[in-house]
Write a protein that binds this ligand. Structure first.
Ligand SMILES: Cc1cc2nc3c(=O)[nH]c(=O)nc-3n(C[C@H](O)[C@H](O)[C@H](O)COP(=O)(O)O)c2cc1C
Length: 315
């Protein structure tokens, strides 16, 4: 499928996840077969005020041949200004977040709050589209609480000039509980001509097939990739070698190139807990790693753990 002029090979995408889809993790997902991996959402306003931490979220890896940034905000002028700013100049696709359910976002009329302000959402999208020749895409939910308006919203996005849409078929009220409504995704797909990316609850081949059965053009995976970037190879039916230790080390090494060690050691803790999920006898290691302040020690602890694991397997 194509987003504007950009061709995808595998029709698989790593979802944007704030605090999670850092440059290292995105790089791994792409190595395993994701066409692209969306950067964590960034506030257009924060970029306007040159917030350094926000700028740092837009660091990209060498293997990101399709670079995608996601912005959020509620002011069409600021959003358009950021779309054409130097901050987004290296990106190939600009995604607009109209799905975030977090109270601190929706109280400002941003994220999923825009699903109950369709006129403003239209203005934001069309101003952003006018500001660039790059494809602009929109990610949204089933609707705001009881008002399930994804179909109408999808048509509005198309009319405003969006090149593709992603639907995470949960309502704002659901946050991440319950299940994504695949029937609604099917209705959205049938309502528009632009490509539709289906999102929600894809964690294995079975759930992937169910998502594909809705007719979507591509599939976006979020939580199913936590600690398992190899999920993209699995969905593509490719043989996956168990490279867990290498993956974790690569993840750390990429982050180390760009961020201070104190940040990396703290930030990697949650990733390492996800990476180690399902490994028997990893409880003690996990307890020690979340306390360790030195990154080299963390790597040594992981190397020891995996070395012992291999020895046990050989016996
Ligand atoms: C920790 C976390 C952070 C997220 N941050 C974002 C974000 O920055 N932008 C966004 O559009 N969605 C965000 N999401 C939503 C995901 O992109 C995705 O829509 C959702 O998790 C459903 O897909 P899944 O069932 O495959 O996880 C986040 C989800 C999680 C769990």
């Amino acid at each position: 499928m194509k987003i504007g002029n950009i061709e995808l090979k595998n029709n698989l995408i790593l979802a944007p996840m704030a605090g999670v889809t850092d440059v290292g993790f995105r790089s791994l997902a792409i190595n395993y077969g994701a066409d692209y991996a969306v950067c964590e959402m960034v506030s257009a306003k924060a970029l306007k005020y040159k917030n350094k931490k926000t700028e740092d979220l837009l660091i990209t890896a060498n293997n990101e041949s399709i670079k995608v940034a996601q912005i959020f905000g509620s002011d069409p002028k600021i959003m358009a200004q950021i779309v054409k700013s130097k901050y987004l100049s290296k990106f190939d696709i600009i995604d607009i977040n109209m799905g975030c359910p977090a109270p601190k976002i929706v109280k400002n009329g941003e994220g999923s709050a825009l699903m109950r302000n369709v006129d403003l959402a239209f203005n934001i999208i069309s101003e952003c589209v006018k500001a660039t020749t790059k494809p602009v895409t929109v990610k949204f939910r089933a609707g705001w609480n009881d008002n399930i308006n994804a179909v109408e919203f999808a048509k509005m996005c198309e009319k405003a000039g969006a090149s593709a849409i992603t639907i995470h078929a949960r309502t704002r009220e659901q946050f991440y509980s319950g299940f994504a409504d695949l029937n609604l995704i099917k209705q959205v797909k049938n309502a528009v001509k632009i490509p539709v990316i289906g999102n929600g609850d894809v964690v294995d081949i079975n759930s992937y097939k169910k998502m594909l059965a809705t007719g979507v053009d591509a599939v976006m995976v979020g939580r199913g990739a936590l600690g398992r970037p190899e999920i993209f190879s699995e969905l593509l039916n490719k043989n996956v070698l168990d490279n867990k230790l290498n993956d974790i080390k690569q993840h750390i090494n990429i982050l180390r190139q760009y961020y201070p060690e104190v940040f990396v050691v703290k930030h990697m803790r949650k990733h390492i807990l996800w990476y180690l999920k399902g490994y028997r006898n990893s409880t003690q290691l996990k307890t020690e790693i979340v306390k360790e302040k030195n990154l080299d020690n963390v790597v040594l602890m992981l190397e020891n753990f995996f070395e012992n694991l291999n020895k046990k397997e050989e016996v």
